[in-house]
Design a protein around this ligand. Sequence first.
Ligand SMILES: N[C@@H](CCC(=O)N[C@@H](CS)C(=O)NCC(=O)O)C(=O)O
Length: 339
Amino acid sequence: MKKTVILGALTVAGLAAGAAGAATLDDVKARGSLNCGVSTGLTGFSAPDANGVWQGFDVAVCRAVAAAVLGDPMAVEFVPTTGQTRFTALASGEIDVLARNTTWTFSRDVDLKFEFIGVNYYDGQGFMVPKALGVSSAKELDGATVCIQTGTTTELNLADFFRVNNISYEPVPIETNAEAQQQYLAGACDVYTTDASGLAATRASFEAPGDHVILPEIISKEPLGPLVRHGDSEWGDIVRWTLNALVAAEEYGVTSANIGELSAAPGNNPEINRLLGTEGELGAMFGLEADWAKKAIMANGNYGEIFEKTIGENTPIGLSRGLNAQWTEGGLLYSPPFR
Ligand SMILES: N[C@@H](CCC(=O)N[C@@H](CS)C(=O)NCC(=O)O)C(=O)O
């Protein structure tokens, strides 16, 4: 088993080294669409709606990048990936970027040879149990069966948590969130553990969400963000600054409602003017139009608008901003300057 894991990592790293140096920006422009790796389906983050149109918080990153590069937020081919398949999809060049609640870790960055371009959601791993189990802390889970998605940090943190607390568990390995949900509801496991945002999204889709509780323990740091291949720095810059543009727009009060006016009649805030391309040459520095960031922001609104629409307190998922508030509001979101 261990051998397979090591071989898997080497294969992914080898593929990434092969694809490095490829000019992804040119490929995307020539193709006229962005190949964006997402999940197989996690409501609020990335899932097709009733019309088959992909929606969600991670999907919004793909659309913003497509808008910045191609001028069209709909010019995206969504490639569903599992916890297991996502890294090979990126390393092999099947996708240009992975935007799939993926945790930035040392080994994914260094060993698998990817480049995380930032964090779009600061998360941590939690546990969900049926209320009927009568458990109020994860430390009471000695001997529990646990549904767990393979190829994830979740798997590793779970092992660490039980080891540190000197308790045991029996893993029920699962490939996708849909399957995990099904197995958990069918009672194949006592507990479901994953990123807390994923637990909220999963529970929101239950018929009786109130029959399930999310335990108080958050056992890890899960900085989730988009990633590209190592050695593809120009492309990485584009994805990084597209995400930064969404975050900066919220900080500076640039919204989908006022962006048209702010671009047509620029005010005297130079940072906003540089962001929207009415002043300076930022777009040309990485081969995009002057209004690349304006198009990215117009795709789905700024970071805050995206959050509220897809996973925020007024959605069934009901997540509060917490760590994902702007630094000016006590959170961790902090875009470097546009200059
Ligand atoms: N953040 C963790 C876990 C990511 C993960 O796979 N989460 C699950 C549950 S939130 C998911 O997105 N599932 C969607 C799918 O099965 O396609 C990682 O990067 O390893």
